[in-house]
Design a protein around this ligand. Structure first.
Ligand code: PGA
Length: 260
């Protein structure tokens, strides 16, 4: 695991975008796993800017999103289809038929989820997966006690996660109980993982994820088993890490060829 601490969310978002851009430049047919939520907004803004100003070409990539609410039409403003359109898709030259976002309106959810897994495999697997993290340690919507080997499936949101999402829906009672999400096992199959966490509210869960035991109670802790995961944090989110001096020291002494 690599822990990179940046002064603020803006500079961390820029570094995340630079890492994803270098993956796409090296491999124009890259398969990219995208997240939603408030954390990646600066990251998307930089990807859009790089497309406009630096000609970053999305035309051959394939994308897979982590999750979506069950029962929400794609044009619902709180849907992750709408989120992705607003923050990325409409601004760049990605081919719409290679954009995959779980369909919360699927009639047969188990077979739809199996097909989502098949589609990831057929595309060649995810080259780089970007993640946020919930205050309870969820990645995607893999809530605490999710199997660390889980695949794409339906999950029930915790009361707290429904509360956390109330703003987008206008009120808590409008937040769906169910979501479709890639599993922890699906995420771990990605070749590279970039987890973004910003703000003091994430400090405790970041410390448990990076330095605590691997446990289904903290699904993100499964990333300790992954060979190429980068935690990209701002200062407040890194504040609870006991080895913080070591992470800074490692980053300062990174060989040039390893720098992003
Ligand atoms: P946030 O959500 O980026 O809005 O904090 C993260 C998550 O729940 O995965």
């Amino acid at each position: 695991m690599e822990v990179i601490i940046q002064p603020d969310a803006e500079s961390a978002g820029l570094l995340a975008a630079r890492i994803v851009a270098s993956v796409i430049r090296d491999k124009p047919h890259a398969v990219v796993g995208f997240p939603t939520g408030s954390t990646p907004i600066p990251f998307y803004a930089h990807l859009v800017r790089m497309h406009r100003e630096e000609g970053l070409d999305f035309s051959r990539i394939t994308t897979f999103n982590l999750d979506e609410f069950v029962g929400l039409p794609h044009d619902h403003p709180a849907s992750y289809h709408a989120y992705m359109d607003k923050h990325l898709i409409r601004h760049v030259n990605v081919a719409r038929d290679r954009v995959h976002i779980p369909d919360g309106m699927a009639a047969d959810i188990p077979s739809y989820c199996r097909k989502y897994e098949d589609d990831i495999r057929t595309a060649g697997g995810i080259d780089i997966q970007i993640l946020g993290i919930g205050p309870d340690g969820h990645i995607g919507f893999n809530e605490p006690t999710s199997s660390l080997g889980s695949r794409t499936r339906i999950k029930t949101l915790t009361r707290q996660t429904r509360r956390d999402n109330a703003v987008e829906f206008g009120s808590e009672d409008k937040v769906p109980f169910h979501v479709l999400t890639m599993g922890v096992g699906t995420i771990l199959d990605s070749r590279m993982i970039l987890l973004l966490a910003f703000g003091a509210k994430k400090a405790e869960i970041v410390a448990r994820t990076v330095e605590g035991p691997v446990a289904a109670l903290v699904p993100a802790s499964a990333l300790q088993l992954h060979p190429q995961t980068v935690f990209l944090l701002d200062e407040p989110a890194a504040a609870g890490l006991s080895k913080i001096d070591y992470y800074r020291y490692v980053y300062e002494h990174k060989p040039d060829w390893q720098k992003y």
